[in-house]
Each structure stands twice: as C-alpha cells, then as structure tokens.
Design a protein around this ligand. Structure first.
Ligand SMILES: NC(=O)c1ccc[n+]([C@@H]2O[C@H](COP(=O)([O-])OP(=O)(O)OC[C@H]3O[C@@H](n4cnc5c(N)ncnc54)[C@H](O)[C@@H]3O)[C@@H](O)[C@H]2O)c1
Length: 350
C-alpha cells in the first residue's frame, strides 16, 4: 500500500511511508476474540488472519466463520510466526493476560490486550517497559472510547461547550448472566471488571486532570454465594482539579431484564450539561418465545450483517491502523495502569 502525506484528510500527522496490510492474530477466540477475528477477516487491512484457542470446538466455530490462514490450539505457534505483526490477546481467565501479552511483546509483536492490563501493578509495568524498549504499539481494549456517544462527550468538553467540568456520574448495570460468567472465573470486583471501563472513559474525558483520591462502597446481594462478590459498587473519585466523579458498576440485573448492559451518564459544567442514555432502550425486539429484548445492547457490540453495531469492531481496526500508519493508539497503556491503581484503591476502600 502506498501512503502519501495528506494533511487535510486527517488531523493526525502521517508518516511519508507506511506499512501495507498486516498479518494479525487473535489469541482467545471466545466472545470478544470472536468479534475481533470476524472484524479482521472482513478487513482489507488484515493481509492474513491467524487464530488460536485452547477449546477445539470454539476454534472450529470461529475458523468456519473467518477462514483464517492458520488456526492453532497453542499460542506459541503465533509467537513463533514471524509474519504475524499484530496480536489481539482476548483470553480468559484474566490471569492469562500478563504471560501471553508478555510473550507476544517479547517476540516483537504489537499487542492489543483486553482489560484488565494485568492482575498486579508490577506486571503492568513490565508489559509497558517491554513495549517501550521494543518500540511496539501496546494498548488495552477500553472499547467504550469508541462509543459514538462518549466520543461526543469528549468533543463537547474539549471544545468548551460545557465550560469547566464540575461533575461526572456514570451508572452501569450488567445482566446477572454476564455477572455470573465473569464472577465465576475470576475474583475481581465490579469496580475492577465493569467500572474499569468508566474510570478509563471519565479520566480520558477530563484530561489533563488526574485522579487524586478514591472512596468506594459495595453492597451484597445475588452474587455473594457465587464468588463472594459485591452486586454493585460505587466509587467516588476526586480529580486533582476538584472535579467530582461518581461511578457505579454492578452485575445483578434479573434474568427477565431485556438487556445485557445499561448505562446512564450525567456531565455538568460551568456552561452546560450533557446527559447520555446508553441503555439501548431504543431497539425493541419482542418474540412469542423469549418476550422482550433490547438487541445490540452488549458492551462490545455485534456484527449485524454488513455493519458493526457498537464499538469493538471500529476499535479492532483502529489498532491495526495505528500500527500501519505508525500513530499512537487511542488508549495508552499508562492510562490503563492509572485506572488499575484507582480500582485497586476502590477495592481497598470498599
Ligand atoms: N471491551 C469489552 O467491552 C469487553 C467485554 C467483555 C469482555 N472483555 C474482556 O475480554 C476478555 C475476554 O472476554 P470474553 O467474554 O471474550 O471471554 P471468553 O471466556 O468468552 O473467551 C476467552 C477465550 O480464551 C480462551 N483461552 C483461554 N486460555 C487460552 C490460551 N492459553 N490460549 C488460547 N486461548 C485461550 C478460552 O478457551 C476462551 O475461548 C476478558 O478478559 C474481559 O475482561 C471486554
């Protein structure tokens, strides 16, 4: 692919020359990895797709969907393949993130790693250091930054429409089924697994302010017998410029709730306010068999025939473009580390 400088086409500076389509791999082709693999398989930016999962049945399913160049049960085949330049690490349980991402970075591959960046801060530091030493792009899958509503919030804060920000509130609830899936595989709190998206989102909205103090409370309910986890946590963060942030995250919506994830956001500033309804109540599907559901309401989104509804599709391609065009990816790993510090603080406080 030839690449010429075109200042008008993009606000970001471009290099005179850039790489052509690249070979990319997805390690862990479950729910999110399956979305990323399908997105890559449809894109001309991905020269060849390689997939890996330890579950042969799921690997076969995604293989049939994406027609990859290779499919393997052992991620070391990806590590050892020099043609693979970009790797999406989408495995669970979450303690697999650090060793697999570390091996990929050590092998000189650019990495998008699903959140959480790691289980321990020193692991996050090691990943960041290896990526920096190798001149590699390394990002974390904070997909909500690719939600058009939240991109709009960033724009309205940046262009001064809302004036000086005063407060941001995010309330996010997940279905009990998703909560059980997550809480059954890993002992991480709703702050670490759900509010993590909103901590990242709000810290990004409020840049250059930084979080200075966090206080949190949790409440028990349905999830306690499953893994001892809170059903809901609320974290109050004071930014270093005084802005008040309140972030609630939970995973106990009852089975009959017609939605996977529902979110409400309130931003106030000295010159305006912005309320965003991301509850997906604008799409109703009713069937005799299953009653009412709100389709396209998962956090990653989904492929709907020829378009992707939601954020994970565009986020997946954005990372490939960041590598091809040598541009910084949207999410710096240092910001994921800051988010991790904050939810660890919230856990301690609660
Ligand atoms: N950005 C978002 O909106 C979003 C949403 C949900 C989940 N996530 C994150 O994405 C990650 C994946 O979540 P999911 O719901 O897709 O999980 P999942 O359990 O559906 O899929 C994970 C897959 O990894 C595979 N795996 C495990 N160990 C492996 C190994 N050593 N090599 C290859 N494959 C391996 C499993 O067999 C499984 O198929 C999680 O860590 C989660 O935090 C992000």
């Amino acid at each position: 692919m030839e690449c010429q400088r075109n200042a008008e086409a993009s606000a970001e500076p471009r290099r005179e020359t850039c790489l052509g389509p690249l070979e990319a791999a997805v390690i862990g082709t479950g729910w999110c990895g399956g979305i990323r693999a399908e997105t890559l398989s449809r894109s001309a930016l991905c020269a060849k797709l390689h997939i890996c999962d330890i579950r042969p049945d799921r690997l076969a399913e995604v293989k049939a969907l994406t027609n990859p160049a290779t499919a393997t049960l052992d991620y070391r085949d990806i590590i050892g393949n020099d043609a693979v330049k970009v790797v999406y690490v989408c495995t669970t349980p979450e303690h697999t993130h650090f060793p697999i991402a570390r091996d990929c970075l050590r092998a000189g591959k650019h990495v998008l790693l699903e959140k959480p960046i790691a289980m321990e801060l020193f692991e996050a530091d090691e990943l960041i250091a290896i990526a920096e030493r190798g001149g590699l792009k390394f990002t974390i899958g904070y997909s909500q930054r690719f939600n058009t509503k939240f991109a709009y919030a960033k724009k309205k804060l940046a262009d001064g429409t809302l004036g000086k920000p005063v407060s941001v509130m995010v309330s996010r609830h997940l279905s009990r089924a998703l909560g059980k899936k997550i809480a059954s595989r890993v002992r991480l709190s709703p702050a670490a697994m759900e509010s993590t998206h909103d901590l990242d989102l709000v810290f990004w909205l409020l840049e250059p302010a930084r979080p200075a103090r966090v206080y949190a409370q949790g409440a028990y309910g349905f999830m306690q017998p499953v893994n001892g986890s809170y059903d809901v946590m609320w974290s109050t963060v004071t930014m270093d410029n005084g802005v008040l942030v309140a972030i609630g995250g939970g995973w106990n919506l009852p089975p009959s709730y017609p939605n996977y994830c529902t979110t409400w956001i309130e931003i106030t500033g000295t010159e305006g306010s912005l309320f965003l309804d991301d509850s997906s109540r604008d799409n109703w599907l009713t069937t005799a068999k299953d009653g009412i559901s709100f389709p396209m309401s998962t956090m990653p989104g989904e492929q709907v025939d020829h378009v992707f509804a939601g954020q994970m599709g565009p986020e997946t391609l954005h990372f490939l473009e960041s590598v091809i065009l040598d541009r910084p990816p949207m999410v710096a790993p240092q910001s994921a580390r800051r988010v991790m510090e904050c939810y660890l603080g919230a856990d301690l406080s609660a």
